[in-house]
Design a protein around this ligand. Structure first.
Ligand SMILES: CC(=O)SCCNC(=O)CCNC(=O)[C@H](O)C(C)(C)COP(=O)(O)OP(=O)(O)OC[C@H]1O[C@@H](n2cnc3c(N)ncnc32)[C@H](O)[C@@H]1OP(=O)(O)O
Ligand SMILES: CC(=O)C(=O)O
Length: 541
């Protein structure tokens, strides 16, 4: 199986994305993760550009990477300078990387309008820059910027640029679809013409995603003989992004028979993707192929029924090969198979004829149609399942609650106060609490009332609170302030995190439902843990 060089530019082109900002420390953390994954080349940045990138190249020298080679990136020398006095080329050398990439213009429009120089001078700049760096670095790559647009505009000039870079000593000529507008059909034709014209050249591909074809173009280029693929983790990059390595690597390895990563490392792909998203502080893209949370999530009853019999029926690869996993979702599109699968996850062996399954399915569909979303609020579903089976204890009853909002002075913040009446066994408790907002006041009052019966409730805290407004009602008209809302509450204690849901026309009532489920779930979970412990102890006796 032939090896394809994987060249990651998350730390350089990835940071050219509108919402990606990485500190030097972030870059080092990502570089080390990419090294663990087994990426061949990590483009660390443009050392002539800013102090963050400059520091990265110093800092990364303190780490012995096992696999990856760090690459510094810059442009050919300035039209007004020579290689010897160009600060950009000097910064590349000072970065002390064993590999360097420089980009040069190959589109006549850019030479005329961006560089404002002649084609002859551009060819000279390319040759001189590459030739100057060649003896000073072990590996040298030439990024032929705008190559495909350049080829379409002026084929002879674009090919001459490649020729000069090759004569100067570049190891690989990387054909860049810088504006991301090249179709796979054009790309195919152009690469074949390059190969006919420069048969000795070793080619690479660097594609942008403006036409949503960056991955396809990269795969095609490899199929045609490219030996290096440049891209970024999660496809981050300038404008619409770069070719997504999280799709390219598994496609090359699992579908096209190439080797990209060291043996057995492909299963690190999903965790690497999530790690990079986390460090970049960008919400994970759930629908991302291969590594997204939804990449192997099955919702439709027909799909679930089939994947339970044979996962291949609706999965293009085995999720674990890329470190992902199958998920079965609950919704109004579910069939009995979804329920059976979920019940098994929680330890119940049921079968399709069980009347309980149909009962739960119809409850689920009814609640989902009102706006409850159990695919996310799995703790609420687990309670619903156990309640329907008669397995969940009723820990407390909230007989009534009242929430008051008042504001006395223009300068003051509104004041929230909640009172609750709860019953635990035969005992009634009447409590009041204030809070920063009505939901906080209600939460405080409920806990105050319940903690004397259930002290472990003090261990839990609220992690996240999300409100979604359903502005369009069932008849398709706009409901305005009379809209239904869904509240999702994420809670945690020292060893778990769980999400609960509530739905109502009243945001406080929706919050009350989600809060009550959250408290109940904590108590239910504690009971389950006690039971498991008792069973283990009994088994040991
Ligand atoms: C396709 C790509 O993604 S290439 C990478 C793009 N990335 C970036 O631009 C991020 C890093 N860039 C930077 O920090 C800055 O632009 C710097 C430090 C490189 C240059 O900053 P400045 O000197 O202030 O120039 P400025 O950014 O305004 O313009 C870019 C200059 O580079 C020149 N240039 C562009 N491409 C090339 C090239 N291949 N070879 C030589 N010069 C080039 C432009 O003509 C322009 O020069 P001019 O000012 O004489 O017109
Ligand atoms: C070099 C580069 O990033 C590009 O042409 O897109």
């Amino acid at each position: 199986m032939s090896k394809i060089q994987i060249y990651d530019t998350t730390l350089r082109d990835g940071t050219q994305a509108e919402d990606v900002h990485l500190s030097t420390e972030d870059k080092v953390r990502i570089a080390r993760k990419l090294d663990t994954l087994g990426i061949d080349y990590i483009e660390g940045g443009w050392p002539g550009s800013n102090p963050t990138d400059q520091r990265f190249f110093q800092e990364i020298q303190n780490y012995a990477l096992n696999h990856s080679r760090v690459v510094s990136f810059g442009s050919t020398h300035s039209t007004k300078k020579t290689p010897e006095n160009d600060p950009n080329l000097d910064a590349l050398i000072k970065s002390r990387t064993k590999a360097i990439t420089i980009f040069g213009k190959t589109w006549d429009v850019h030479v005329k309008d961006a560089l404002r120089t002649t084609q002859e001078r551009n060819l000279e700049i390319i040759y001189n820059s590459v030739g100057f760096l060649r003896p000073r670095v072990e590996e040298l790559f030439f990024d032929a910027e705008h190559f495909f647009d350049g080829f379409k505009a002026n084929k002879e000039f674009a090919l001459a640029c490649l020729g000069r870079a090759m004569e100067g000593g570049a190891d690989i000529l990387v054909l860049c679809d810088t504006n991301g507008g090249t179709t796979p059909m054009e790309l195919c034709r152009i690469i074949q013409e390059v190969q006919a014209s420069l048969p000795e050249a070793r080619l690479g591909i660097h594609a942008h995603n403006d036409s949503e074809t960056a991955v396809a173009n990269s795969l095609l280029a490899v199929d045609l003989g490219a030996v290096q693929v440049q891209g970024t983790i999660n496809g981050y990059g300038e404008r619409c992004g770069n070719a997504n390595l999280c799709s390219i690597i598994p496609s090359l390895e699992l579908k096209m028979g190439y080797t990209c990563l060291p043996e057995n490392n492909l299963s690190l792909l999903t965790s690497t993707s999530h790690f990079v998203a986390e460090v970049a502080n960008i919400g994970a893209f759930h629908r991302q192929p291969f590594v997204g949370k939804s990449a192997f999530a099955h919702k439709g009853g027909v799909h679930v029924s089939a994947v339970r019999k044979n996962p291949r029926t609706y999965e293009h690869i085995v999720p674990e090969e890329v470190g992902n996993k199958q998920r079965i979702l609950l919704s109004d599109l579910a069939g009995q198979s979804n329920i059976l699968f979920k019940a098994r996850q929680y330890g119940f062996q049921l079968d399709k004829d069980d009347p309980f399954v149909l009962d739960l399915l119809s409850k689920l569909k009814d609640l989902e149609s009102q706006g409850y979303e159990y695919a996310v609020a799995e703790a609420s579903f687990e309670l619903l399942l156990n309640r329907t089976l008669g397995r969940a204890r009723k820990y407390f009853t909230l007989d009534s609650y009242r929430v008051l909002e008042s504001k006395s002075d223009k300068k003051d913040q509104p004041f929230s106060e909640a009172t609750v009446m709860v019953r635990v066994g035969g005992l009634q408790e009447h409590t009041a609490a204030t809070g920063k907002g009505p939901v906080n006041a209600l939460d405080s009052a409920l806990r105050k009332a319940l903690e004397k019966f259930y002290p472990t409730l003090a261990e839990m805290h609220l992690v996240d609170f999300k409100v979604r407004v359903f502005a369009i009602n069932d008849s398709g008209t706009y409901s305005g302030t009379a809209s239904r809302v869904r509240v999702l509450i994420e809670s945690a204690d020292h060893n778990a995190q769980w999400v609960t849901v509530g739905v109502s026309f009243n945001i406080i009532e929706a919050s009350r439902q989600a809060l009550e489920d959250s408290l109940n779930y904590k108590l239910f979970k504690d009971d389950q843990a006690k039971l498991t412990k008792a069973i283990k102890e009994a088994e040991q006796v």
